[in-house]
Design a protein. Structure first.
Length: 150
């Protein structure tokens, strides 16, 4: 994957999205959020900003960069709690994955992974986050649906 091709592939993310999340640990709570993706620094990076209505969930700022050595991407994550993390990311034009299984700027108290799939129109992403506390057994954390509004 060349750098330019990899960046162009991310164009489908650009715009504003509504988010809906369902958390098994908060079954009666409806979580609404908004996230925006935009190109920054001469289209070399994709910036994502997220604002979430659930007080227990932080607002976030994410910067996506091409990782040409691995034929993938890196997502640099920052949130309103002061947490900083690095996620390994892949995107083939339809399936989006984020994975964190190594310590980075924050201790690795648990591993995380997200898999989201774009619909045929590129206007909905249905995904789920999983969490692993023991290094072996993954469990469902929450579902997350993105619906493009702009």
């Amino acid at each position: 994957m060349g750098g330019t091709d990899a960046l162009e592939r991310l164009e489908v993310f650009v715009g504003a999205w509504n988010l809906e999340a369902s958390f098994p640990r908060f079954p009666d709570v409806e979580v609404r959020a908004r996230t925006d993706f935009e190109w920054v620094l001469d289209r070399q990076f994709l910036l994502q900003r997220a604002e979430i209505s659930l007080p227990e969930a932080p607002d976030g700022l994410m910067v996506i960069a091409v990782d040409a050595d691995r034929d993938a991407y890196t997502q640099h994550y920052f949130d309103s709690r002061g947490v900083v993390r690095t996620y390994q990311m892949t995107f083939d034009g339809r399936v989006w994955t984020l994975t964190r299984e190594s310590p980075d700027f924050s201790p690795l108290d648990f591993s995380q992974r997200f898999t989201g799939t774009f619909d045929d129109n590129g206007t909905t992403i249905r995904g789920q986050w999983e969490i692993c506390h023991d290094g072996t057994n993954w469990e469902h954390d929450f579902d997350l649906t993105y619906s493009k509004i702009e």
